[in-house]
Design a protein around this ligand. Structure first.
Ligand code: PLP
Ligand code: COI
Length: 371
């Protein structure tokens, strides 16, 4: 199979490169890559750009991974003006390094930026920043099955000012973190907790943006999930507490007995790129796909009657993770030891086969990062 490098995203940015004078040794790196977990270890470098209202995007640089110096009055520390993205670099069997639909992440970051009154990073700068990190830290992209280098682009308000208005100085960085499975049990089906005390987002709020505040506000609900033996929390709509929205860090998809694949429609959830891709793969297989409102009662009744046969979570970190059970204060749907669904696992295999270059990239989703 041959893949074409994407030439549309080359830029005129001239990156300065400062090598880390004390990178981890090959032995240390191998130990980390052998058991990376999720989000615990970081590569030797990071990539940065700064922005100011007068100068635009400037100072493109690759620098050693390390602490960032901020004024104590930096706006992000007070008003949370911050956005981020999550994506992965995958090593193919021939050693080449690829990422999945970066233009979709770049576009979502621009939408998040608009919502948080931050500057929009051009698509080509976004993709270039990923390439720059891979150019210096390519050895950090693991090759064991199911592993990848998680890439975390993020942007925040650095201006020293306590007035409440969009900051006029901003920083953008990309860091890389070798990743295995997000959940402790790997691909094993998880239990999730239904939050009825807390909402994630509301009409006109920031639910559709990937901004730190959404995750900060999910933490007490996530802690409640953990106390109840669940791996993730699920939120309902805030207005009626009736419609499924999403999990703290992933989208949700339900599979019906007749093969229909359904996922919640809402203006206040994150438009997942994994979800969008999975829906395409389901359509390709001839499944009917519906993006529509789904009530919690529909799930309860559908699971009891056998009309809903599989449920899964999906996202960059979670990939596709089967959901065995939903626990709520007053009721439970499914059983903790329920096996993974057949379509769930088939879609998971198909998606990861494309990402790791084992299957044809028929939708043109992959972009090469190391060439
Ligand atoms: N929903 C939330 C709240 C998330 O944090 C994520 C992860 O990024 C997703 C959904 C899934 O999005 P994606 O598939 O683009 O990673
Ligand atoms: C991602 O999947 O990229 C996220 O940002 C979700 C988070 C749970 C790590």
């Amino acid at each position: 199979m041959t893949f074409e490098a994407d030439s549309e995203t080359s830029t005129d940015l001239e990156w300065s490169v400062t090598r880390n004078p004390a990178p981890r040794s090959a032995k240390e790196r191998a130990e980390i890559l052998g058991n990376p977990g999720f989000g615990k270890f970081f590569t030797d470098h990071m990539v940065g750009l700064t922005w100011s209202i007068s100068g635009g995007w400037q100072q493109p640089r690759v620098q050693p991974y390390g602490p960032i110096s901020l004024e104590p009055s930096a706006a992000v520390l007070h008003y949370g003006q911050e956005i981020f993205e999550g994506m992965k670099a995958y090593r193919h069997e021939d050693g080449s390094i690829w990422t999945f639909r970066p233009e979709a992440n770049a576009g979502r970051m621009q939408r998040s930026a608009r919502r948080l009154a931050l500057p929009e990073l051009p698509l080509e700068y976004f993709v270039d920043s990923l390439r720059q990190l891979i150019a210096v830290d390519r050895d950090w992209v693991p090759s064991a099955p199911e592993t990848s280098l998680y890439l975390r682009p993020y942007m925040f308000a650095t201006e020293s000012f306590l007035g409440v208005r969009p900051a006029e100085k901003v920083a953008y960085y990309v860091i890389g973190s070798p990743a295995g499975a997000y959940f402790h049990g790997g691909v094993a089906p998880v239990s999730i907790w239904l939050s009825t005390n807390f909402a994630r987002a509301g009409k006109g709020g920031t639910g559709a943006a990937k901004t730190g505040g959404n995750y900060a506000s999910s933490l007490v609900a996530q802690a409640e999930a953990t106390e109840n033996g669940c791996a993730q929390v699920m939120f309902l709509d805030s207005a009626e507490g009736k419609y499924l929205e999403e999990l703290g860090g992933m989208n949700i998809v339900l599979v019906y007995h007749d093969g229909t694949v359904v996922t919640p429609k809402s203006d206040s959830i994150l438009e997942g790129i994994t979800r969008d891709s999975v829906l395409d793969l389901a359509r390709d297989r001839g499944h009917k796909v519906e993006v529509r409102q789904v009530t919690i009662d529909e799930w309860r009744e559908g699971a009891a009657s056998g009309d809903i046969v599989e449920v899964f979570a999906c996202g960059t970190a979670a990939v596709i993770t089967p959901i065995a059970q939903l626990k709520a204060a007053e009721f439970t749907i499914g059983k903790a030891d329920a096996p993974a669904g057949e379509l769930t696992m088939a879609l998971r295999k198909e998606l990861t086969d494309i990402q790791y270059g084992r299957a044809e990239d028929r939708h043109g989703w992959l972009t090469r990062l190391d060439a």
